[in-house]
Ligand binder design. Structure first.
Ligand code: SF4
Ligand code: SF4
Length: 151
């Protein structure tokens, strides 16, 4: 998740496309998030020091099935508990590339409202779950399919 959150980063139950790399499969991603969430719930962070304790339980490079160990899920929403929307400061600093935007999001923010709506409708028509959606954001395949569709 980036600090330049676009609408694309938040729809479909939350996008986690930037929260790891070399993803193995949707099932492995779900398993990683499930285990991260269990570990988060064991600590139950309330104050900043506890969130940092959760974050620092593993090195940034120590991914789980290619997924960042900080990524968790509550109900149907995937999110980063270190994100500045939840704290007075950005607890992700030094832990991941907080300025990263995927190619799809970079293009999306340059479009006019009509094109953005067409893309959002296109995404909705695919009826993807949040993991499938994230993988397709990360690898630009939805963007490529959208571009082909209009030509
Ligand atoms: S992969 Fe793209 S759409 Fe998803 S959170 Fe990252 S920047 Fe946003
Ligand atoms: S620290 Fe948070 S935003 Fe950064 S990669 Fe991990 S889960 Fe994603």
């Amino acid at each position: 998740m980036t600090d330049k959150l676009t609408m694309l980063c938040q729809i479909n139950g939350g996008c986690m496309g930037c929260c790891g790399h070399d993803f193995i499969s949707p099932d492995k991603i779900r398993e990683a998030i499930r285990l991260n969430t269990l570990e988060f719930n064991e600590i139950k962070p309330k104050v900043t020091a506890q969130f940092i304790k959760f974050r620092d339980r593993a090195y940034p490079s120590d991914l789980r099935h290619g997924v960042c160990r900080n990524l968790i899920q509550h109900e149907d929403q995937i999110f980063c508990p270190l994100h500045p929307t939840l704290h007075k400061k950005d607890l992700r600093e030094g832990h991941c590339d907080i300025h990263h935007l995927c190619k799809t999001a970079r293009e999306f923010i340059t479009w006019d409202d009509e094109k953005k709506k067409r893309f959002l409708d296109f995404v909705a028509s695919k009826k993807l779950d949040n993991i499938e959606f994230s993988m397709k954001m990360d690898n630009s395949s939805l963007l490529e399919e959208f571009d082909l569709q209009k030509s």
